[in-house]
Design a protein around this ligand. Structure first.
Ligand code: ZN
Length: 304
């Protein structure tokens, strides 16, 4: 009896994810569809929609820098077998193009930046060369559109659970909308000449755009793009001229130049989460919890 049961479990685990994805609803299958997500915000949004109906895994772990992440060959084989690979897009995950080529099945990919209005950003070298700013997820308005894309995609993959995914979308959307409205309400009280914030890298363009704020970034689109001594001096002047009392850091990934700037201008430091690298405790707050902290920290800086 026990042996028969063990054999059955073994058979189910062999059936794999590809089969589970194509099986009709109602058919018993122990294996849930496997969804790979690239990094924290993508994982958080995807998990909110799929709930317990799919197994969500993360490619870039909390302590790894997503901007320059390269996929190990050993991981690639496993990820290629996924039923769905969800990624931020907008140039954030450089490794996805090769992965898509290797998998050769576009239907198993979901680019969350599709359909969003993308913002251009000048590179850190200060040339006229503009590139797409990839930090789309730091707009709560974008995040709501992304939740809907995820819902549409997984509902098409798994129509038997479409109502479940739709219900998850509605409940997530009402929470995201409430926080977006809170950002609007609280930031509306900040006078126009106080709407500047200085942050270690250019991650908050979309958030600034949503609420009419002005971001001044110490480094470029990637934390690795360091400014020249001249640019740093210009930012320091700006901080002094506008009486900016806070330089925002992003925890472990904060570049040395941002620390130097805070020290030379006498500004205090605070945290704005980009959600690119997070400790376990930070990740446990979830997308909304981290954005709530971002709002509180911004409001505190504007109040000075
Ligand atoms: Zn970034």
């Amino acid at each position: 009896m026990a042996a028969a049961l063990a054999a059955m479990v073994f058979a189910f685990s062999l059936s794999g994810c590809a089969k589970a994805a194509t099986s009709e609803g109602g058919q018993a299958s122990a294996a849930k569809p496997v969804v790979y997500t690239t990094f924290f915000p993508v994982t958080d949004l995807t998990s909110r929609i799929v709930g317990d109906k799919m197994e969500v895994r993360t490619i870039i772990k909390g302590n790894q820098e997503p901007h320059d992440f390269e996929l190990q060959t050993s991981d690639r084989a496993e990820i290629s077998k996924a039923d769905l690979i969800v990624y931020n897009g907008a140039g954030m995950e450089g490794f996805v193009a090769d992965l898509r080529d290797a998998v050769g099945d576009d239907s198993r990919f979901l680019d969350l930046s599709e359909g969003l209005t993308l913002l251009q950003s000048k590179d850190a070298a200060g040339t006229d060369h503009a590139t797409v700013n990839p930090h789309t997820w730091l707009s709560i308005k974008n995040a709501q559109a992304e939740l809907e894309s995820i819902c549409n995609k997984v509902s098409a993959m798994d129509p038997a659970n479409a109502a479940y995914y739709r219900a998850n979308l509605e409940s997530a959307r009402s929470e995201f909308k409430a926080l977006d409205e809170r950002f609007e309400r609280e930031l509306a009280s900040v006078p126009a000449d106080k709407r500047y914030f200085v942050t270690s890298h250019a991650a908050f363009n979309y958030l600034a755009d949503d609420y009419g704020l002005k971001q001044v970034a110490v480094t470029g689109i990637s934390p690795e793009d360091e400014p020249s001594a001249n640019q740093l001096a210009t930012i320091a002047d700006f901080v002094e001229q506008h009486g900016i009392g806070t330089i925002f850091f992003e925890g472990t990934a904060t570049p040395k130049v941002a620390e130097t700037l805070a020290r030379t201008t006498g500004a205090k430091t605070s945290t704005l989460y980009t959600m690119e690298r997070l400790t376990e405790d930070e990740a446990a707050l979830g997308y909304l919890g981290l954005m709530e902290r971002n709002l509180a920290n911004l409001m505190e800086s504007f109040g000075e």
